[in-house]
Design a protein around this ligand. Structure first.
Ligand code: SF4
Ligand code: SF4
Length: 365
């Protein structure tokens, strides 16, 4: 049974020691970083966000992680995609504040890469970020949030989209695209597909060609159903979505297997859970109250536990941007918002041999 540590954001009494940072400090002690990180260069993989987004992981928690690694005898460095180092400064991820610097995961210009092969159809090779792969240990430190492409933006997405080159990220996204079939010769440009789309994903470009924003698309099929001429049809969107998740799982498998067993750890910060990824460069209000921090040494169990802890019952409807209204009525909160099952990435990681979803939650009080 996988052990997953959990520090709840709930404060049950007016006492410093009952607050989340104090619990997180105890969680880090329980995690036994010395066994994992002593005498090792530790890549702390983050997603530092962009532009005027302000709901990435608070620098206080980053500092605590960096200090814990150092106290355990490790040498930490923060890392995210190349070109992210300036964005990191705006959120306070500087050596002065958090105790470590941010290094471009594939060098300054996204060119330091290791190429690997995969058996995922449509994804023969992937390019993995060299500065992550060169480390002696890995701590995947993720801000958990809802995500329009992947369903959930946690540890799997942090590696699957964040430890690869820009090219590979595009190749993985391409696995999901192309499930619409638009026949120009049948189209009368009545635009019922556009007006029927609840998310603004369906549009015509300047050349009059039908386009889809994959991020916004919920696979609701309103556009295809409202098309009076049969010009617009849809093929197996779920299969394409699965393939996309399979691509991310393949990256996770390669990256995690790159390290000796016992030297990879995962921490998901489930605070300020927004409906959109931090890469949008702005923040909306959180859609559920803060949950807490989840940690463990198995990516599948940590992701499963994180998703289980984010509940539909806690949804704050007024926090959702109008464009995303209304959520559906089935499944996980994140599926109701974007139409993509957030558990699919967990299932694909299980299929890739990264562990099982059974876990025991150990709450740190
Ligand atoms: S499937 Fe639904 S969300 Fe996607 S483009 Fe069509 S109408 Fe819009
Ligand atoms: S609803 Fe059908 S016919 Fe009308 S613009 Fe869209 S694709 Fe063309």
């Amino acid at each position: 049974m996988n052990r997953v540590l959990f520090a709840s954001a709930h404060v049950d009494r007016i006492d410093r020691d009952a607050s989340l940072p104090a619990k997180f400090s105890r969680l880090l002690e329980r995690a036994d970083f010395a066994a994992k990180f002593k005498d090792r260069r530790v890549a702390v993989k983050m997603h530092v966000g962009a532009d005027i987004g302000f709901y990435t992981i608070h620098p206080l928690f980053v500092r605590m992680v960096v200090d814990a690694i150092k106290q355990a005898g490790g040498t930490p460095f923060l890392t995210d995609g190349s070109f992210s180092t300036d964005a990191a400064v705006a959120r306070g991820y500087t050596p002065e504040v958090v105790g470590a610097r941010v290094v471009g995961a594939a060098g300054e210009h996204d060119k330091y890469l290791h190429t690997r092969q995969t058996d995922v159809e449509g994804l023969p090779t992937i390019e993995l970020c060299g500065n992550v792969m060169d480390a002696d240990a890995l701590l995947v430190f993720s801000h958990g949030k809802c995500h329009g492409h992947t369903g959930f933006g946690g540890a799997i997405k942090n590696i699957g989209m964040g430890c690869v080159s820009y090219k590979t990220r595009g190749d993985i996204h391409a696995l999901m695209s192309g499930h619409f079939n638009w026949q120009e010769q049948l189209c009368t440009h009545c635009e019922q597909c556009v007006s029927g789309c609840p998310t603004g994903a369906a549009k015509f470009d300047d050349n009059g060609r039908f386009t889809i924003n994959e991020h916004h698309c919920r696979y609701c099929m309103h556009c295809t159903i409202s098309c009076p001429t049969g010009a617009l049809t849809m093929e197996q969107p779920e299969a394409k979505f699965r393939q996309f998740q399979k691509g991310m799982a393949a990256v996770c498998k390669h990256v995690i297997d790159n390290f000796e067993p016992g030297h990879v750890y995962f921490i998901n910060v489930l605070l300020n859970i927004t409906p959109l990824c931090d890469c949008w460069g702005f923040s909306t209000p959180p859609i559920v109250p803060d949950v807490g921090i989840v940690a463990g040494d198995n990516i599948v169990a940590v992701e499963q536990a994180s998703l289980d802890l984010i509940r539909w019952e806690d949804f704050i409807p007024s926090a959702l941007p109008d464009q995303l209204m209304p959520p559906g009525d089935e499944g996980h909160l994140f599926k109701r918002i974007h139409g993509k099952d957030p558990y699919e990435q967990v299932r694909q990681c299980v299929a890739a041999g990264l562990g099982d979803t059974e876990y025991e939650l150990e709450e740190i009080t």
